[in-house]
Ligand binder design. Structure first.
Ligand code: DON
Length: 576
């Protein structure tokens, strides 16, 4: 197919039948309370904020490709979704062109040069509780601006300023404050003091909290974005913005210096690749653990699961949890920044033979035990991040997940600059060599070192079918991301469940330690819970897991189907 041709072309009458078919599905999903779905023929953007998805689609309309639209959407999210959308954090982008060829961009934050592996310990070598998650020392050198620029340099089509301008407009002219943002603003105000940046973040020009429906303007952020528009990454990592960041850090006891900012680089990396039956999976490799763990689990599934296993049955949940347990044990043992940790055995971990070996001890009737002499507990991770999926008119796709780590990151910012810094340093292992049940891991691959990237679970993924992008998917959720994306992919590829239902279906999470199955409480029957307990599993209910944003390219029906998880109240799939 010519790259310029629309992916979806069909005679009008056939299209009418197909439209009626998909419209029927839409009505069905709407009436069952599942996430809504959107159809389009030319391009689609799905994100956690409707105004940001609209920005991306506008870029597609203007002839931008999936990279362009994802960059514009990411900048717009930095304005409209400040809990996770960012220029003060970092993340990963996986790109797959219309021929099924993939690459990825790593713009994960880095540890400042003045950081060290013992920086969160007191004189007795004990972790100063929470010190790696809060305050100035929790901030990593931001990567988002450099990463988006690198992707644009390599694969973008429209001029860079055109991709930043819509975000500037949203910040400068304002956009209607949603109820979600308003509730978040009230909460943050009640939790902070008048001296805190976050306390004033949502104020209007008269110093009052912006009300729902009122236009929320962010003039300082508009100025920062203008410098990025005009100077590219130098507008952030050098010059006025960088100087303000460095002097703020120096004045308040932070570590990030002008050199840290000036030396930050994003990297293009080969994505991890696996297969599941006839599908090819492209996902993010280290410093994310997401792609490797995802492929490990898909390999295990392929090697053992009987075709007849009923979806969401006790046996199904048991098997899923046992695969998760094994993949997360390897994550803790092997994963870290590939530029520092030597020899992460990606090929071995993602091989079919390793999957068979991993399941050697698996039994259908009994849960395995995570506990062992050398058990390793996972670090605590925040649970706010955001994912966006894009497909353009030629069938190129982008899957992008980025984060501030916690909800509103460190909640620290500089008034003149108008954006929030991450608290990503908490994703490093905080105490070298000390691994505890209470949430500390001390293994080498993810210890702090100057210039190193902290381990992530973000799992932006693109599934290829018959040499074309087929499913573009990702989610927030800290460590649960890996399992959330895995289960959505299994639902779509193994059970042929339509995308909105796959997104809305019950998710579970097992992360090796603690040894328990976390499950969405309203979606697992008491009988299933009982059967799992009889196999020896401990269960813990939670209200929700993940917030998937996905697109299916349905070439047979010649339609793009996009869906945003219902948990993202302001989210939307927007097509054209
Ligand atoms: O990189 C990571 O894995 C975490 N810092 C992501 C945090 C996260 O997903 C929060 N999401 N809701």
């Amino acid at each position: 197919m010519n790259a310029q041709e629309p992916i979806l072309k069909c005679p009008h009458r056939i299209f009418l039948y197909k439209f009626l078919f998909v419209a029927g599905l839409f009505v069905l999903s709407f009436s069952t309370g599942l996430p809504a779905q959107t159809y389009s023929q030319r391009g689609m953007v799905v994100s956690s904020s409707k105004p940001a998805s609209e920005v991306g689609v506008e870029i597609l309309r203007k002839g931008g490709n999936a990279i362009d639209a994802s960059i514009a959407t990411a900048f717009a999210l930095a304005v409209t979704l400040p809990s996770a959308g960012n220029i003060g954090g970092g993340g990963f982008m996986v790109h797959c062109n219309h021929k099924g060829e993939a690459t990825s961009f790593d713009f994960r934050e880095k540890a400042p040069m003045r950081s060290n592996a013992r920086m969160y310990l007191n004189e007795e070598g004990l972790l100063l509780e929470g010190s790696n998650h809060r305050g100035l020392l929790s901030i990593g050198v931001p990567g988002t601006v450099a990463g988006l620029y690198l992707a644009h340099q390599k694969l973008g089509k429209l001029p860079w300023p055109a991709l930043v301008q819509p975000a500037i407009d949203l910040a400068d002219k304002g956009f209607p404050m949603s109820w979600t943002l308003y509730m978040e603003a009230r909460h943050l105000r009640s939790e902070s003091g008048p001296g805190d940046f976050i306390h004033h973040f949502f104020e209007d020009s008269s110093g009052r909290l912006t009300q729902p429906g009122q236009l929320w303007k962010q003039p300082a952020l508009a100025n920062t974005l203008t410098m990025i528009r005009d100077q590219g990454p130098d507008g952030f990592y050098k010059g006025v913005v960088a100087k303000k960041i460095a002097s703020f850090m120096a004045d308040h006891g932070g570590l990030i210096s002008l050199e840290d900012l000036g030396h930050y680089t994003a990297v293009e990396r080969t994505p991890v690749h696996g297969t599941f039956r006839d599908f090819h999976i492209h996902s993010m490799g280290p410093p994310s653990s997401g792609g490797v763990a995802l492929i490990q689990m898909l390999n295990m599934l392929e090697s053992v699961v009987p075709d007849s296993i009923p979806f969401n049955s006790a046996n199904y949940v048991h098997f899923m949890a046992e695969m998760m347990r094994r993949a997360f044990a390897d994550r803790a043992k092997f994963m870290g920044d590939p530029d520092f940790a030597e020899g992460i055995p990606i090929e071995r971990l993602t091989s079919k033979s390793y999957a068979r070996q991993s399941l050697g001890s698996f039994r259908w009737d009994k849960a395995s035990l995570s506990d062992s002499a050398d058990y390793i507990h996972q670090p605590i991770e925040g649970d706010h991040t955001t994912h966006l999926s894009v497909v353009d008119v030629s069938g190129n796709a982008v899957s992008l997940t980025y984060t501030l780590e916690d909800w509103y990151g460190s909640k620290i910012g500089i008034e003149d600059l108008g954006f929030i810094f991450n608290n990503e340093m908490g994703d490093f292992n905080p105490v070298p060599g000390v691994t505890r049940r209470n949430g500390q891991i001390g293994t080498d691959p993810n210890l702090i070192a100057p210039g190193k990237r902290m381990l992530s679970s973000m799992t932006p993924t693109i599934v290829v079918k018959n040499d074309h992008p087929y499913l573009v998917i990702g989610s927030p959720g800290g460590r649960t991301i890996i399992n959330t994306v895995f289960q959505a992919i299994v639902s779509a590829l193994f059970f042929n469940i339509p995308l909105p239902q796959a997104i809305g279906a019950m998710k579970i999470h097992h992360q090796w330690l603690p040894d328990e199955i976390v499950f969405e409480q309203h979606l697992m029957s008491p009988d299933t819970q009982k059967a799992l307990e009889q196999k020896g599993h401990r269960l813990r209910p939670v209200p929700n897991l993940g917030s998937l944003m996905g697109i299916v390219v349905d070439r047979q029906n010649q339609v793009l189907i996009g869906s945003a998880d219902a948990s993202a109240v302001d989210g939307a799939a927007v097509g054209y």
